[in-house]
Design a protein around this ligand. Sequence first.
Ligand code: CQA
Length: 291
Amino acid sequence: MASSLRSLVTDDSRYQKCFQLFLERSSEHQSMRDFIHNMLPDILGSIGNGKSHLNMIGVGSGAGEIDLEMISELRLKHPEVTVDNEVVEPSGTQLQSYRALVSQKPGLDHVKFSWNQMTATEFEEHWRAKAVTKKADFIHMIQMLYYVKDPGATINFFRSLLDNNGKLLIVLVSGASGWGKLWRRYRTHLCHTEISQCVTAGDITALLDRQGVSYQSYELPSQMEITECFAEGDEKGELLLDFLTEVLDFSKTAPPELRAGVLELLRHPDCSVESGGKVVFNNNLGVIVVD
Ligand code: CQA
């Protein structure tokens, strides 16, 4: 059963407001930065096999902040290489921010950026139509597999682009996170399966296990402060609730029992820790590295 509520994804300007507030209230980007600086260097060290040129693909790169940090670590591991970076991102606004960031940041002369304003599925169609034979050394898809029709098929396509030593990095919310708990209970009420999937890192590792594909996985601690969700009528609380449920104007449009049930689950110990008057939602991330 698909949700009869309207998906937040259908209103990009509201989505961006929710997303900016989410970034302020959560440690999502910091958790990714910690991973990039502590764990990623070893992963990047194992790619390339001594080549002087590396191909990279960022799928759903957003405004590029995280991509550029990965490129810096790549440079530290492989100081002499040049990099071809294909950026795949459907939002023109995000791509513009990414381009602006690149033009402001020194030390990127060794990187050639190719801008693909399109979805992952469109990129796949283009790649197949052009019969490109270029192979990739490093591909990342961070918090984006929710937005493809068939996450398994998308992973298989991008795996097929990997060179021998290549690595595919996937980041999704962890199955043990508050998101995983929320979706287990309310998937049918909240999920707009024609737009987005309630998929966790645990779902993907189960799928890779069934296919016999080998991978390494990591759990990254991350939190999101959601206290304002429980102050009735609080504007920021409503933005956070919309983001959590991915429903546009959740408080105003959800049936009262659903709203009450979701609010109760959000502050339940399965999803959150309450202390000092603050409610902190478990936003743990799952990272999967496929080789
Ligand atoms: C649209 C859809 C999704 C977006 C977006 C625009 C998005 C970020 C920015 N703009 Cl139309 N998605 C996103 C970003 C971070 C993130 C998640 C999604 O962590 C995953 N959510 C779980 C579904 C929240 C943790």
